[in-house]
Design a protein around this ligand. Sequence first.
Ligand SMILES: [Zn+2]
Length: 495
Amino acid sequence: MQVRPRQGIESRSPELFSRVPRRTALLLLLAAALISTTQLGAQAAASVTLVKAGRLLDPRSGQVLASAAVLIEGDRIKQVGSTSQIGVPAGARIIDLGTATMLPGLIDGHTHLLLDVVLPAEAERARRVKGTFVPDLLLAIAESPSKRVLLGAQHAREYLESGITTVRNLGHSGIDGDTELRDAINAGRVPGPRIVACGRKLITRGSYVQSLNPTLTDAILQQEFLLIDGADRARQAARQNEFQGVDVIKVTADANLTVAELVAVVEEAHRAGLKVAVHAVDKTSIQTAIDAGADSIEHGNEATEEQLKQMRDKGIFIDLTPTSYGDFFSKIFQGTIAESLTLRASRLEADERDRQRYDDLAEQVRNSGFRGGFEASDNQLYDTLVRRVLKSGVKFAAGTDMCWHFPGKTCGQAATSRFATLHEAGMPSLDVIRAITTNAAEMLGWQDRVGAIERGKFADIVAVSGDPIADIGELERVRFVMKGGQVVRNELAAH
Ligand SMILES: [Zn+2]
């Protein structure tokens, strides 16, 4: 069957417009402009909010303001001070958080909201893993783009509910999943944090896809990555992302990436006013990123003292991702195994005895202290890395690199559980908080809008019951979340 072109409508539309006299059209436009200005004015006047709390922590200075008050007009902070200094404008909404501590909305400098990696059992992993691309990651990126963007929307909501009001999403979003999610959140269609989106990751052919069926490689590459193959193609890849409306360029550096290729990306990105975040773990890749003038080095696990010094001198951020620190993966593995056993028991419609046996097994796994096999070396590496970073004076921020299905936790809960691990690795609590507020804002180039509770910035505020300096674990127990003057969650206010 042939589909006929819908000639009728298309040919009539221009005619319709041409019939409206030009002056009338102009007047209509003016009226529309006036109406929208009036509405905006009314909205701003209606949304004056005063948030009060026992304490306000300023991560920049480390000072704590007692009996603190923040006056908010629309989506911005208008005034910060003690309750005695700030008058309550007539008609203002007052939110009293009691004795809680306010701090700026948290920033996750490195995440993957559209990825949901389910780690398979060790035996399968050991049998199928090849190169750096493991089957669990492959399955996650091979899913339908629509499914992934909806999953991203769920993760975004969970992030916001946990107190993370800004994220930098650094890849694995399909072609435009993260830019679309960003726009949907900004348009108020779905709840979520502010998103700095990178679109597709720029990679060399050596990365990520070795495990694939070779006939599928190019299709997956195009869906998930932009290929760097020479300086011209690298520049083109950056331009392609700019065309898609990204906020930052993400590159994965490995031994195959040349300085010339990365320089081309950096030049092109900077020309367009975009920063370049470079995934670099080993010494060679880190040096490539430094020499090419990257803006931030992601992970940076094997950075030497000399490299940290070079980064400090060039003003390059190290974005620490303590994802595998502590017993994170053990917990994921235990949880996933327990989940699989429970599912198996129910799917087999096991009789009561079998079910009991599976339950017992799951319990044994949970109690066994089963370890995923990452921790010992990672922990050691991190302890020394964190110490060297602090000593070197290099600019630092932190990200969670979250992309894992964590049984029993939301994506936001899994992410906030990572911040305390920096403290366990030797970073003072105040520096941990800086890494995910003021420092992270500067790394994103958003220091004028987020990362601090200061006049003129977005009213992105969280509050915890206790003292986050005394117990950094409070960051996992955020009780109040406000983004852009809108309350997302409040378990503190006496209504
Ligand atoms: Zn990552």
